[in-house]
Every structure is written in structure tokens, then in C-alpha cells.
Write a protein that binds this ligand. Structure first.
Ligand SMILES: [Zn+2]
Ligand SMILES: [Zn+2]
Length: 314
């Protein structure tokens, strides 16, 4: 009998029993339940009900979900005169995410959001931040990414010490990704999280400047890599089809990139189906791909939960 065995505590025994039971119950080879924080979900996403969302998250094996509200519904230039209301996907607003988080506080937390160029948008953000919202997101509006309105929201993020997540999509949202360094430099204490097509396309130094889901091998050294390397307040959100496309297009490169920026990348699903598993569920595919590309548990834990815990103060 080894000394470890001799000194097995009651707590160790219970833990190992739970592991064994888990193995028996699921018949699986991997028995450990891994903590997974999903930093990118929405209520009413493409019309999905709260019950369907809860089932979807549990199906994926998510421990905690961060719900990102849309801004208020307005017809303005920044919402493409209404076309991009509800984050262009019928997503729920601040009332909707706060209600679900209040009903299931163990499983859901939420963010604050609004349309930046509305005259009272700062007050709207502050209302929800004072009630415990943990992030300003999802910022998905047609404004230059270094505009005065984005600066105005970054000031709120700074004052309330919360991160801010932006959807970068060429020609549509948070325009001029190449100018975002001005915000990173002006707000060194605010953590910014990059998301979506342009963010993930720009891992490639030779991005064509317009493809939303580019395929094939990546030439390292693109703008996304430079932002992550040069600015300690820049983070990356692996959610959505854009994150999954990045992971799959050149796996040797993505493995290198995940190791290189292991302290700055976060799992999110941004998945809108009702399945929560299987080939139709992009969130489940992203999670499975990350587990496959990240065999070392210490790096995987950072990306699936540790970095989110630190950033969201969980
Ligand atoms: Zn989203
Ligand atoms: Zn899904």
C-alpha cells in the first residue's frame, strides 16, 4: 500500500467514489466533470424560449452561462435603421437576461448593453451595472471601433471595472478593426474581448480584407495576434461559427495559437439551436474541438473556465 493510499482522507474517498459513480452512470471513459463557463449566450436567440435555452446549456455540459443582452430597439444609423436591433438575431434585452439570471442564479449571470449613440445610453448601462451586470456586451453596432461613443462606453467599463465585448465584422459592426489599438491604449485598465468574423479572420496576416469565414492555412502574425501579443488588456472569444471556423481551418496553427494565448482566450458558444449536442449544435462542436486540440488539462481549464473566472470575478 502506498503512502498516498494510507493517507486517503474522507474527502478524497468521497471524491473518488463520485468519480466511479460518474463512470458507471454514463458508461464513459472520461469520468471527471469539467467546469465549463460559456461567456456568450443570448435569450430569445432566433426565437428560442428560456426553457429551450436552459436545456441547450445543460445538454452542452455548461456550468455557468453569461447572457449578453441586446441594446434597446431603435431606428438609428448604428442599428442600420432597425435591421440590427436584437443583435440582428431577435436576441432579448437587459430585462430578459436579468430575469433569467434571477430565476437561476447558479447557472446564469448577465451583462449590460445599449446602443452607444443614444443620448441616455450611459445611464441605461449604469442601471444594470449597479444591479450586478458583469460585462458590457454584446457591442454589435455600426460605429467606428474607435468612435467617441465606444470611448464613452469604455469609460463606463473602466469606472465599473467590467470587461467589454465587441463583435468585429467588416462593413457591418465596430468598423475599422485596424484602429482599435487607440481604444486599447487609451483604456489600459479595461479588458476588451474580441469576437466574430473580422476578429478571427485577422489571425491570418494575408486575410483578403472581406471574407467572413476564410478557409485554408494561416500565415501567423495577423492583426488579431498582434493585438493579443502587444496589449495585455485584449482577450479573444472563441464563440460562434467564426470561432469554430478559426479552430478547424488550420489545426496546426490553431493549436499553436491556443498555446500562445492560453491566458487570453475564452470559450463561448453563441449557439442558437435547441439541440445542445450533436452535429447541428455549433456550441457542442466548438467545445469538442477545443477538448481535442487541448489535451493538456492545465491549458484546457484556463480556456474553458479559468480565464473567464478571472475576468468576470467569479
Ligand atoms: Zn452573440
Ligand atoms: Zn447549440
Amino acid at each position: 500500500m502506498t503512502s498516498t493510499r494510507t493517507h486517503l482522507t474522507r474527502r478524497d474517498f468521497i471524491a473518488s467514489s463520485a468519480l466511479m459513480l460518474g463512470t458507471l452512470a454514463h458508461g464513459a471513459t472520461v469520468a471527471t466533470a469539467e467546469e465549463v463557463i460559456d461567456i456568450h449566450q443570448h435569450t430569445n436567440y432566433a426565437g428560442r424560449t428560456d426553457e429551450e435555452l436552459i436545456r441547450h446549456q445543460r445538454g452542452m455540459g455548461i456550468t455557468k452561462t453569461l447572457l449578453l443582452p441586446s441594446g434597446r430597439l431603435v431606428k438609428s444609423r448604428s442599428t442600420h435603421f432597425g435591421r440590427s436591433n436584437g443583435l440582428a438575431a431577435r436576441c432579448g434585452g437587459s430585462e430578459s437576461v436579468a430575469a433569467l439570471a434571477a430565476e437561476h442564479p447558479d447557472e446564469f449571470i448577465c451583462g449590460a448593453n445599449d446602443v452607444p449613440d443614444l443620448p441616455d445610453s450611459v445611464q441605461e448601462l449604469e442601471k444594470w451595472l449597479k444591479r450586478g451586470a458583469r460585462i458590457i456586451a454584446e457591442q454589435k453596432f455600426s460605429l467606428p471601433s474607435d468612435s467617441p461613443d465606444i470611448r464613452k462606453f469604455a469609460e463606463v467599463a473602466r469606472d465599473y471595472q467590467v470587461p467589454m465585448l465587441l463583435h468585429f465584422q467588416v462593413g457591418e459592426y465596430n468598423l475599422g478593426f485596424e484602429n482599435f489599438w487607440r481604444i486599447l491604449e487609451a483604456f489600459p485598465t479595461v479588458n476588451f474581448i474580441g469576437h466574430a468574423q473580422t476578429w478571427w479572420s485577422c489571425v491570418d496576416e494575408y486575410w483578403d480584407g472581406e471574407s467572413l469565414y476564410p478557409k485554408g492555412s494561416v500565415v501567423p502574425g495577423g492583426l488579431t495576434d498582434r493585438y493579443l501579443s502587444n496589449y495585455p488588456n485584449m482577450y479573444g472569444d472563441l464563440s460562434a461559427g467564426s470561432g469554430l471556423n478559426f479552430l478547424l481551418r488550420d489545426e496546426a496553427h490553431s493549436q499553436w495559437f491556443l498555446q500562445r494565448h492560453q491566458d487570453r482566450l475564452l470559450f463561448g458558444s453563441d449557439c442558437d439551436d435547441k439541440d445542445g449536442g450533436g452535429p447541428q449544435c455549433q456550441g457542442a462542436q466548438t467545445l469538442a474541438t477545443l477538448r481535442r486540440l487541448l489535451p493538456r488539462p492545465e491549458v484546457r481549464r484556463k480556456i474553458l473556465s479559468g480565464n473567464a473566472r478571472r475576468l468576470l470575478k467569479l
